[in-house]
Ligand binder design. Structure first.
Ligand code: THU
Length: 141
């Protein structure tokens, strides 16, 4: 892992402590670095109606966007797993909305002290769905 992401991984692991995961018991934290330099954290929030549960990554994106941020450099993810756990497909698509160049840093429960994998989002979602507007209009709106 590049040293520059050590703080972001630490923030993701810290955010995991706030996870609300009574059903799966699987806590996840995420820390999203905006190009402004600000960091937005998220944790997974589950629901008795299980399909309503939301992943840590999407909580971080929503917090950032609600704060006026739309350009991001990196996201760190830290889950309750020995091995680093890359984001689910829904989160890959959700992150892609704001750019495929995003750096995705994935740690296990040991955080920066354990194995940490690093990807570019484009690698994790190679054939993405992009906007239906581009298909309809050639991208002019
Ligand atoms: N989860 C995340 O927070 N991020 C992912 O990328 C995959 C899964 C959460 C959702 C659910 O609360 C728990 O992990 C088990 O799937």
């Amino acid at each position: 892992m590049s040293d520059s992401y050590a703080l972001l991984v630490a923030a993701a692991c810290d955010a995991r402590q706030a996870s609300y995961a009574p059903y799966s018991g699987f806590r996840v934290g995420a820390a999203l670095l905006a190009t402004s330099g600000r960091v937005y954290v998220g944790c997974n929030v589950e629901n008795a109606s299980l399909g309503l549960s939301i992943c840590a990554e999407r909580v971080a994106v929503c917090r950032a966007v609600a704060d006026g941020e739309q350009t991001f450099a990196a996201i760190a993810i830290c889950a309750d797993a020995t091995e680093p756990t890359p984001p689910c497909g829904a989160c890959r698509q959700f992150l892609l909305e704001f750019g495929a160049d995003l750096t995705v840093v994935v740690a296990g429960s040991a955080g920066g002290a354990g194995k940490v994998d690093q990807y570019r989002l484009a690698e994790l979602i190679p054939e993405p769905f992009t906007s239906y507007r581009q298909q309809e209009t050639g991208g002019d709106r």
